[in-house]
Design a binder for this molecule. Structure first.
Ligand code: OSB
Ligand code: MG
Length: 367
């Protein structure tokens, strides 16, 4: 396949409600989209880097810069999806930028061949069970109302964002209000230290599925030490930057469960390798999210249909974040599942009017 060039497009999508985590509050999702133009088809990539480097070191302006100056020029005209990562390997880091480029090229290749992401990745399910990530709120009544609303919509698992000062009380309130049957987990986004181990053990009585990334992303041994004090299974998100990092964390007993986010690990192909490593070790995985538009959501839902994804992911419907998506929206079925797209490539395409309504700028990079 011959690559002609790549369009970088900045969009700004207003959120239906502010989304607060331990690292900040989002009201608008700024996204960098890529459109890879080849002689056979066009493909779309979505970069999950956020406006500020608060979740990881990456941020959207840096992703655009590294793509424009280094990554796109390094591709060469003749390529396929699997050739992207090796061509970019000598550039350190910038996994979210690399993932977006690989996604766009892979999408072009699969659209041209009439194959879906799901089939290409090895999906074995036609639909996937969905959870929802619930931000930090100003009060417990407000939280209970939000959780009640999501349960009424059919979400099968609730994830509460936590931080020091918003942990045991909201978890207790949600557990007591909605019962022992509900699948419930928490995500700290690195907000604690090993000195908080005894405090985090106070979450044990609430039968959480997992606690996600309590400590710093580099603190693998700290998570292993914490795992010896808390009974709730530890799941890593930020720390898992590659299949090798996943294998190391598992070997060091730093996690019992892994959150897989393709952007964080450099692409869907590396995400599949993490899935394979985890399956080989008997470690359950689930698909994380980064407030994706319908493009990234389509690919995530395909990934989540692989056999090792045995826990519901943060693969919510489009309406969780956006009143209007840039593709046909993903809508939760009554049973709390999303249908895995089966069309060529991502199986969804941006709607021209919706896309132009949120576009801030475009830039064409010739290869
Ligand atoms: O830690 O999983 C996270 C959103 C942005 C950055 C990091 C995280 C999240 C979420 C929401 O928890 C996931 C989603 O619903 O897309
Ligand atoms: Mg997380």
């Amino acid at each position: 396949m011959r690559l002609t060039g790549v369009e970088l497009r900045r969009i700004a999508m207003p959120l239906v409600a502010p989304f607060r985590t331990s690292f900040g509050t989002e009201t608008t999702r700024e996204v960098l989209l890529l459109r890879a133009v080849t002689d056979e088809a066009e493909g779309w990539g979505e970069c999950v880097a956020m406006t500020d480097p608060l979740y990881s070191s990456e941020y959207v302006d840096a992703a655009a810069d590294v793509l424009r100056r280094f990554l796109i020029p390094a591709l060469g005209a003749d390529l396929t999806g699997v050739s992207v990562a090796p061509a970019l390997a000598r550039f350190k880091g910038h996994r979210m930028a690399k993932a977006a480029l690989e996604m766009a090229v892979l999408d072009a290749e699969l659209r041209a061949a009439g194959r879906s992401f799901a089939r290409e990745l090895g999906a074995v399910h036609e639909s996937v069970p969905c959870g929802v990530s619930v931000g930090i709120m100003d009060s417990i009544p407000e939280l209970l109302e939000a959780v009640g609303g999501y349960l009424a919509e059919g979400y099968l698992r609730i994830k509460l964002k936590i931080e020091p000062g918003w942990d045991v009380a909201p978890v207790r309130a949600v557990r007591e209000s909605f019962g022992d049957e509900m699948l419930l987990q928490v995500d700290a986004n690195t907000a604690y230290t090993t000195a908080d181990a005894r405090h985090l053990a106070k979450l044990d009585p609430f039968d959480l599925l997992l606690i996600e990334q309590p400590l710093d992303e580099e603190d693998i041994l700290g998570h292993a030490a914490l795992a010896r004090v808390v009974r709730t299974p530890i799941c890593l998100d930020e720390s898992i930057t590659s299949a090798r990092a996943a294998a190391d964390a598992i070997r060091l007993n730093a996690c019992e469960i892994v959150n897989i986010k393709p952007g964080r690990v450099g692409g869907y192909l590396e995400a599949r390798r993490i899935h394979d490593v985890c399956v080989a070790h008997g470690v359950p995985v689930w698909c994380g999210g980064m407030l994706e538009t319908g493009l990234g959501r389509a690919a995530n839902v395909a990934l989540a249909a692989l056999p090792g994804f045995t826990l519901p992911g943060d693969t919510s419907g489009s309406a969780r974040y956006y009143k209007t998506d840039i593709t046909e929206p993903f809508v939760l079925e009554d049973d709390g599942h999303l249908t895995v797209p089966t069309g060529p490539g991502l199986g969804v395409t941006p709607l021209p009017d919706e896309l132009s309504a949120v576009t801030l700028s475009t830039e064409w990079i010739t290869v």
